[in-house]
Design a protein around this ligand. Structure first.
Ligand SMILES: *Cc1c(COP(=O)(O)O)cnc(C)c1O
Length: 371
């Protein structure tokens, strides 16, 4: 047979495909065990808002109709939430979708994008898929003030006249580290106006309101700023695929040129709109996450394992030896975690914060494996 990979565009041939967390059903099939918990994909252990589920049930009755391609009602709710014009919002099939759209709209083979080592795996895929050059800047070391964090000075130094996009996730996945308001804002201020800086805030909701570094408040100040958000994490709607970008209207118009006309489905539109209004569910999610992360931190301290201080719903833990065996042992006890060797972190696992009960079960399993 022909080597079809060789026929693919050069950037596509070179990229490392995304490796998702193992689904519960797959582990059930493979090992025939019950009572599995998945702590691998930063999903919400509390499920999702009952208001969102009700809204979807009502919408099922008219599922033969195309969705509202402009997402009017959801955009209206988001505009109110962010105190921003509706024309500044681009909806996506997950924020993954808007990240890819940004790369497609602003990059070509002679352009480059800048981001940090240990960044979210979707950035290099999006950039390489369009054949652009990626500049992955070495992260800070473990023994710095910002273990495995972005080296902002080095990222700034890497920007040249061919740079179109800069990606920063705050907090970052898979590491969990985060930049302060001062650090992030002074970084954005130093970026030339013709370079678009994308601040990915997928985990913002896991900080309490007074601690959130919310770059969307600076959109009027920086015309080259794009902020992305998602309903997949704290809002508990990962399976629906809905996220969005906030930007000035000119950038939103560019992305909209290539967006699929119905990229967000009807169920996702109504569920996300309802979820925004369910403050109670969001607060409960944050509260449970705070409790769970403390339990996992204590487990790590007890077992003398270092971890990156995290403002997300996960912890990156360093086992200081190949973590593949630990991953397998945890799997056998019915706990799915996330290997991050593909991120260049073979000694680490990324573990999502579950319920208190799940964190206690993980504590026992980790003690058995590492104690
Ligand atoms: C999970 C995650 C997203 C969200 O992806 P969706 O496509 O919205 O589900 C975006 N950025 C980062 C850094 C993430 O970890």
């Amino acid at each position: 047979m022909i080597d079809y990979k060789k026929l693919a565009a050069k950037g596509v041939q070179k990229l490392n495909p995304y490796i998702p967390g193992k689904p519960i059903s797959e582990l059930e099939r493979e090992m025939g065990i019950a009572n599995i918990i998945k702590l691998a994909s930063n999903e919400n252990p509390l499920g999702s808002s009952p208001l969102a589920i009700q809204a979807m049930q009502n919408t099922l009755k008219e599922i033969e109709l195309y969705p509202d391609g402009n997402g009017f009602e959801l955009k209206k709710a988001l505009a109110a939430k962010h105190d921003i014009d509706m024309d500044c919002i681009t909806l996506g099939n997950g924020s993954n979708d808007v990240l890819v759209l940004l790369a497609e709209a602003f990059l070509s083979a002679d352009m480059n994008a800048v981001y940090s080592q240990y960044c979210f795996a979707v950035y290099p895929i999006a950039v390489q898929a369009v054949g652009a050059v990626h500049k992955q800047i070495p992260a800070m070391g473990w023994d710095t003030d910002s273990p495995l964090g972005h080296d902002l000075d080095a990222m700034l130094a890497a920007i040249d006249d061919k740079t179109r996009l800069v990606f920063v996730a705050n907090p970052n996945n898979p590491t969990g580290n985060h930049l302060s308001e001062v650090e992030l804002k002074s970084f954005i201020r130093k970026i030339p106006e013709d370079v678009i800086v994308i601040v990915d805030e997928a985990y913002l909701e896991y900080s309490s309101i007074d601690e959130q570094v919310d770059a969307s408040k600076w959109l009027k100040e920086f015309s080259n700023l794009v902020v992305t958000r998602t309903f997949s994490k704290a809002y508990g709607l990962a399976g629906l695929r809905v996220g969005y970008a906030l930007s000035n209207t000119a950038i939103a118009n560019v992305i909209n040129r290539i967006r699929q006309p119905f990229n967000v489905n009807s169920l996702a539109l109504v569920a996300a709109e309802s979820a925004i209004g369910d403050i109670e569910f969001l607060e409960k999610s944050l509260f449970e996450n705070d409790k769970g992360i403390k339990i996992l931190e204590q487990t790590c301290e007890k077992l003398s394992l270092r971890y990156v201080p995290s403002k997300g719903n996960f912890l990156l833990i360093d086992f200081e030896k190949d973590a593949a065996d630990i991953y397998m042992s945890l799997l056998k006890s019915g706990i799915i975690t996330r290997p991050v060797a593909n991120y260049g972190l073979p000694n680490c696992l990324r573990i999502t914060i579950g319920t208190t009960d799940q964190m206690h079960r993980l504590d026992k399993a980790m003690e058995n494996v590492c104690g």
